[in-house]
Ligand binder design. Sequence first.
Ligand code: ABU
Length: 545
Amino acid sequence: MDSFHLSGSIKENSKAGGGVLAESEQRHSSDNINAPLTNDNTCSLTKDFSCIYSKDLLPALSGEESTKCFFQELVNILLNYVSASFRRNSKVLDFHHPHQLKEGLEGFRLELPDQPENLEQLLVDCRDTLKYGIKTGHPRFFNQLSSGLDVIGLAGEWLTSTANTNMFTYEVSPVFILMEEVLLRKMQEIVGWSEEMGDGIFCPGGTISNLYSVHLARYYFFPEVKTKGMTDLPRLTLFTSAHSHYSVKKSAAVLGIGSENVVVVKCDDRGRMIPAELEYSIITAKDKGCVPIYVNATAGTTVYGAFDPIRVIADICERHRLWLHVDAAWGGGLLMSKRHRMKLEGIERAWSVTWNPHKMMGAPLQCSAILGLLQECNQLCAEYLFQTDKHYDTSYDTGDKTIQCGRHVDVFKLWLMWKAKGLEGFGSQVNKCLENAEYLFNKIKQRPDFELVFNSKPEHSNVCFWYIPPSLRNMPDTSNVAPKIKAQMMENGMTMIGYQPLGDKVNFFRCVISNPATQTEDVDFLLEEIARIGQDIKLQLTETN
Ligand code: ABU
């Protein structure tokens, strides 16, 4: 059954009383969005899109049929892409260098025209945009913390774009604002906060969530900063671990605290902050006349996937009266799993939390929450937007809590996914990703041509390793092995994984598994692909050494 027939049967169900609106409601609603555009939702014409232009689509008079046909064609393109994303024999990427894409490929031109182009060209452009992009939903895409293609999440994103509204006020987002309240409340509950402790907002990504946290901490200790700026403030100091995300330093730079005033605390071999080092750093900073205000504990570091000991860090913060932020951008998803949530023990004591459902929970990008009390710190009461004499409860005009004005609706896709999976579904998804990571870890342990960066079982789904066949073990410098393999891997296009150096460790691969579509066979494929490419690289490297 194809998608259009399927929509027809939903329509019939709805008429029979099982649908979204009862028949009587449908009759009385002149703008009933459940009513088909015409009698049938399928496009009845065979359209020649080469002679149709955007001006012929809605809102043009008699533009309904062309609009319908255009969308049906587009939906076909999207559905083909979705199916290809899950097919193991399809490519993860069809790589082209920037200059090749800029020069244009087979009718796909990036340059913008002066004259309108027809819909046939636009459909080619849509197809090619997907063709030359990357399938992050492919089961063999291991490159980024965010991956996967959740069909319900995607449906949510489509609906969100169709609604095309803004999250600043209740009057333009009545349903989404309430959904955000429900969802954030749920997330706070899962973190372990009581109702009065919690507030929050969805914002554009983990870095911005972390920026909010530093902004909140500074305002908490020095509320005058909001009006008077930094002039009368002492030298503020922030603390974060050597393995934490660079966004803490970036936040200090953006907020005028200065990246040099971020103290980088030492980690153990596994990438976890050493609490004694934190306390020592705080005391040293105070001795130097600095004013410590903020500690970031990371729950799931970007490269190693390590969890800082939050409970012990919370004790230190309490002793020194410091703001505790937990950056659970990556690790927050583990709160959904009964098996793994104890890795974030102590998170309930944080004063603010970053949590990115677009990472481990697989929500489409972007979906990042900052949990914390935001209103006072950010509100400016712009009267043109946040009028206090509106006829509804204006506490639902949540836009003044943010540092943005306009804000994208990031909530609906996650709300819909939560409905579809429940807490349990998310929990199983997380468990499965971590099981696959453990499978990879065990496979690497058994192979002589691979070497783990650390030997203990992964805490998250990050597995870090080198590919070094025994014949290359004695080479003085193996830092170019991973980049060379990755380059060839991208040219082949069948899988993708990231690499990086870290501290004194030369370039190593970081495999992250956050895609529920990934199976053990994909993990096996990744290792085989690295080893296969590595055979050729080995020859090149031994020739040049
Ligand atoms: N905070 C973004 C992480 C990027 C990545 O490693 O996938």
